[in-house]
Design a protein around this ligand. Structure first.
Ligand code: ADP
Ligand code: MG
Length: 679
């Protein structure tokens, strides 16, 4: 195939119609060349054909023979189809069973010879071959057969066909090299064309184990190439972002430091001290700050943000602090008002602010120095006179566009984004390249770790009995359930049920209900009553997941805990154990899937947000986590994280070196080009 053929759109591939082309585009495939980077998920070794007579249970084999006695069976009760039959090869007869492949009976022809590859296992009447792949002998013959996985909503079988069609029209060894010779040599890597050929058309004598273990040199070539590409793109984007020097100079001096030191009502932790200095150094630098502050729940991010905002105001600028929910914005406002209110003028701007008009004019006129708020801050009607620093709390709750909108409220303002969902090291480097990250890895003194118990729901009564005792002794508690609150709709029935259950279990206890639809004023008074101890039990949806801070709360029951993700469970738990008293969190659960069991195990076994984030990454894959989509990490095909960490580091270092050779103008132009492509 000619070089231009690789640039051809997907529609030119046999078997790809408009719908599939759209699905594949969603997975990042736009051209024929893109498809070649879908590597086989695994390889089936069909070089050695086993005779039926010699088959043994517990291993995978390839058999060659005819299929007889095929019949289709519907299992009405369980609602799926079975196909049963026999494989005969002259040495014997082996039972075969397929689940949910009803079409097989129409496709298989009685007289033909087939290659079947699959797991042999012990069944009732003897050995059985379960769910084997099945192919006429003349299709691939007896060799190593690549098996492709699903992509972008296109199933594995269809992907296999599409790849077969593409590979039939492309001369893989001729695919042009994309990496400089120098880098291939540095890492001892084979060329791209050779690698694609070896991976898609494994030779007769290939090492199947190495291929399946992704340990072949050809895998290494693709893993490295992919990560380098990503790192170069990230570096260019960042180069572009920091492109223009700042407009506003901060006054970072001894006087400012003295002022800042007076703000916290407690001694800062070592980690807080360090992070404040990192931020001040950014503010003193030539380019606007773009810093990610990560710290586990309760690590004390708010005070750091308050000090950064104070630095902005002391230098003559305005500050903005954006939070994802009204409840959280209200709390931050109350906090900042307490910390900074005697020095500066603050306003709270949320969707339900009744005097929004007046607040906005205060901001536009410059009389107001700090604005705390929700999305309301990024409405068109909001103007700042001289925004210097924008802080975004729980940044993963916001989209890229929303962050950009906030930044556009000023002239190249500084940006501090905060998150309590720590980013695993590998992901931080992938998704953010080397975006400056500050980490609060130390909890304020006097905290005792939350004691977590995972308890099956049949012991609910016992659990609520313990809660009753605790509440009678004065404890404050959250009872949380996975009630869906979406676009203003609320699963009110189950919240009411939950409330009734809690009231029954704790007769006479002061209980209140909290969810996203409770009007702001009422919510605020409920939170205040809870903070003051007048309400002792808060029955809530996940509105309390982020940021709510009542140090006296020491109990939490999470209902249907199996329905929460690991990171979310950890966030919820972070609402207790924020004071000196020991705290308890009980995760009540119903029937557990394997994955849910694992999540709850990890949840109970550690309080360490970083460990949880690493596990979460391992359990869910990087695609779900924040920040990854923006950087195109979901499109990772050859590389896997954190397994390929070493290659990631090499790629980052090489990307830096490559870009370091370019001059500023070239960098800027490239950065713009990348941004355009990614948009
Ligand atoms: P998060 O990082 O989860 O946003 P917060 O900023 O809400 O944490 O802080 C959690 C609690 O710890 C708050 O009550 C806060 O006042 C308190 N706190 C923060 N830093 C310190 C410190 N250095 N010493 C004592 N208490 C602190
Ligand atoms: Mg917080």
């Amino acid at each position: 195939m000619r070089e231009s053929g690789l640039d051809a759109p997907l529609r030119t591939v046999r078997g790809v119609g408009p719908a599939r082309a759209r699905d594949l585009a969603g997975a990042g495939d736009h051209t024929v060349l893109d498809l070649l980077f879908h590597l086989p998920q695994r390889y089936e070794d069909r070089r050695e054909v086993q005779s039926v007579a010699a088959a043994a249970a517990g291993a995978s084999f390839t058999f060659r023979g005819r299929l007889t006695g095929l019949r289709r069976i519907y299992t009405r009760r369980r609602g799926f189809t079975l196909v049963r039959g026999f494989l005969e090869d002259g040495t014997g007869r082996l039972a075969v069973r397929w689940l949910n492949r009803p079409y097989l009976t129409n496709q298989v022809a009685g007289g033909e010879e087939y290659l079947l590859h699959g797991l042999v296992q012990e069944a009732k009447g003897g050995l059985e071959l379960l769910n084997p792949s099945c192919e006429r002998v003349d299709v691939h013959g007896t060799r190593i057969v690549p098996v492709y996985g699903a992509a972008g909503g296109v199933g594995p079988a269809a992907m296999g066909q599409i790849l077969a069609a593409v590979l039939a029209q492309v001369d893989l060894p001729e695919v042009a090299e994309t990496l400089p010779e120098e880098l291939l040599r540095r890492h001892d890597l084979p060329p791209l064309g050779e690698s694609l050929e070896a991976l898609h058309h494994p030779g007769e004598d290939a090492d199947v184990e190495a291929l399946n273990g992704r340990r072949s040199p050809w895998h290494r070539r693709l893993i490295y190439g992919e990560l380098l590409d990503l790192q170069v793109r990230l570096a260019l984007l960042r180069e572009r972002e920091k492109g223009e020097p700042r407009r506003r100079r901060y006054r970072i001096d001894a006087k400012l430091r003295r002022t800042l030191r007076k703000i916290p009502p407690f001694p800062l932790t070592g980690a807080q001290e360090r992070v404040v200095e990192e931020i001040l150094a950014d503010l003193a630098a030539v380019h606007p700050m773009r810093r990610l502050l990560q710290g586990d729940v309760g690590s004390g991010k708010t005070i750091v943000a308050a000090m950064a905002l104070a630095a902005a105001v002391e230098s003559g600028f305005q500050g903005a602090f954006m939070a994802p929910t009204e409840l959280l914005a209200e709390q931050h406002y109350a906090n900042l008002e307490r910390l900074l209110g005697n020095r500066y003028r603050l306003v709270l701007l949320t969707g339900s602010a009744s005097d929004a008009e007046r607040l906005r004019s205060g901001l536009a006129g410059g009389e107001v120095q700090l604005a705390v708020g929700t999305h309301a801050l990024i409405q068109e009607t909001v103007e700042f006179q001289r925004l210097g620093l924008a802080v975004i709390d729980e940044q993963h709750r916001f989209g890229v566009a929303q962050r950009a909108l906030l930044r556009q409220k000023g002239d190249r303002p500084d940006l501090l984004v905060m998150t309590a969902t720590p980013i695993p090291r590998s992901l931080a480097l992938t998704a953010y390249g080397d975006l400056p990250v500050s980490t609060l890895d130390e909890l304020p003194p006097g905290r005792s770790p939350v004691k977590t118990e995972v308890v099956p729901v049949r012991r609910r009564e016992e659990v609520y009995g313990r809660l009753r005792e605790a509440v009678e002794a004065g404890a404050r508690a959250y009872v949380v359930a996975p009630i869906i609150e979406e676009s203003g709709r609320l699963d009110a029935v189950s919240l009411a049920e939950l409330e009734a259950r809690v009231r029954e279990a704790l007769p006479g206890a002061p209980i209140a209900v909290l969810h996203g639809r409770v009007p702001a004023a009422e919510r605020e008074s409920t939170m205040r009553a809870f903070a003051a101890g007048k309400v002792q039990v808060l029955v809530a949806t996940t509105v309390i997941e982020v940021g709510v801070d009542v140090p006296e709360a020491t109990w939490m029951i999470i209902e249907s805990a199996e329905r929460f993700g690991l990171a979310q469970l950890h966030q919820l738990r972070g609402r207790v154990g924020r004071g000196a008293a020991p705290a308890t969190c009980i995760a009540l659960h119903g029937r557990l899937s394997e994955a849910a069991r694992r999540r709850l195990e990890v949840f109970a076994s550690t309080n360490d947000g970083f460990a949880i984030a690493e596990e979460d990454l391992a359990l869910r894959g990087p695609g779900d986590l924040m920040g990854t989509r923006q950087a195109g990490v979901t499109a990772l095909r050859a590389a896997r994280l954190p397994e390929d960490w070493d290659w990631l580091v090499r790629a980052r270092d090489d990307a830096r070196e490559l870009l370091g050779r370019l001059d500023k103008a070239a960098l800027k132009a490239l950065g713009e080009a990348v941004e355009e492509i990614q948009a």
